[in-house]
Design a binder for this molecule. Structure first.
Ligand code: FAD
Length: 292
């Protein structure tokens, strides 16, 4: 109930971390040598301050970049990135939801006239088509689904709610073929040449998402360590884009940080031990001499 975000919200509360909502990271730079921390991070408020106004500086030893770098708008200072960040080859997925009093046109699907179109139609490429072409092959869509019946608030009449997933933006021409009626250039409204006609599309909403990557054959993967103490979880998105795999990346990066911290502590302890041994040894050697 109420969405997946609650899982992560509770995790943050349980961790005791300081949460800064509505604050965008604007830049990451190496901290000056007087600061004990490794990185200087600049944030901008996405609310109160005017565009581009810098809000705050903060200093960190470890930074985990947990968003696709190519869209983050983060400026990175010289010498921060020791490994390059690959662009994630996202597929641009157009999702178009719309309502119509018309059923899907059987002719569009090469079905016999007046036959019922299945409530979910998925496409594959034809034998003569190759992946990587723009669009989704001859079909022009990945899927068309009929979600449910809804009531048009203007007419009080029942209508179908449809959803189309496609690689290209859906056009009025495409919808005209799909519904078998003339859809005006404005999508909604009556066609100019049939002003008395019921609206073929009464409501439409389209949005382009970057939901998953293009699955290229590959032998190398994004290094999650971008620099000393700088980690990147979203490299996983180039391979597979899911909440679970990104959560696993978070766990792996947490482990890398823990290893780094404990290794540093062990180094410090070893250093302290060897300094002590050196001093002890010196004392052992010097004491008899002092007695002489
Ligand atoms: C349409 C769609 C459908 C999907 N369906 C599924 C599904 O069914 N199942 C599934 O498992 N996965 C699905 N995914 C993929 C899934 O959403 C992602 O893999 C997942 O959200 C990645 O989690 P994340 O925490 O790494 O990054 P995100 O969830 O992308 O979080 C990154 C956060 O960083 C913030 N941010 C960006 N720049 C800055 C900045 N400069 N400063 C501060 N904050 C910044 C962003 O606002 C965002 O809140 C879908 C994705 C899309 C787009």
């Amino acid at each position: 109930m109420n969405g997946n975000w609650q899982l992560f919200d509770r995790m943050i509360s349980a961790s005791g971390a300081q949460l800064r909502l509505n604050a965008s990271v604007a830049s990451i730079a190496l901290a000056s040598s007087e600061k004990p921390a490794r990185y200087k991070l600049e944030t901008e408020s996405t609310e109160a301050l005017s565009d581009g106004e810098t809000e705050e500086l903060a200093y960190f030893d470890y930074i985990v970049l947990a968003t696709p770098y190519q869209f983050s708008g983060i400026k990175v200072g010289d010498d921060v990135l020791q490994h390059s960040v690959d662009e994630i080859p996202y597929v641009k997925l157009h999702v178009t939801a719309f309502t119509s009093p018309f059923s899907l046109h059987s002719g569009f699907f090469h079905l016999p006239p007046a036959s019922e179109v299945p409530s979910l139609v998925l496409t594959t490429l034809g034998e003569d088509e190759v992946t990587g072409d723009p669009g989704a092959g001859k079909a022009g869509f990945f899927s068309i689904s009929t979600h449910k019946m809804v009531t048009n608030p203007k007419t009080g009449l029942p209508e179908h709610l449809y959803k189309i997933l496609s690689a290209e933006e859906i056009t009025p021409k495409f919808l005209s073929a799909l519904l078998g009626v003339r859809v005006p250039g404005t999508f909604t409204g009556q066609p100019e040449d049939y002003p008395q006609m019921v609206e073929p599309v009464s409501w439409i909403h389209a949005h382009a998402f970057r939901a998953y990557p293009k699955a290229y054959p590959r032998v190398t993967f994004q290094d999650p360590i971008l620099g000393d103490g700088l980690y990147y979880t979203s490299g996983m998105e180039s391979f597979v884009s899911t909440m679970e795999t990104n959560a696993l990346m978070g766990m792996n990066v947490a482990r890398l940080i823990l290893d780094d911290v404990t290794e540093k502590q062990e180094d410090m302890q070893t250093e302290a031990r060897s300094s002590q041994e050196y001093l002890d040894g010196k004392r052992l050697k010097t004491e008899p001499m002092e007695e002489l």
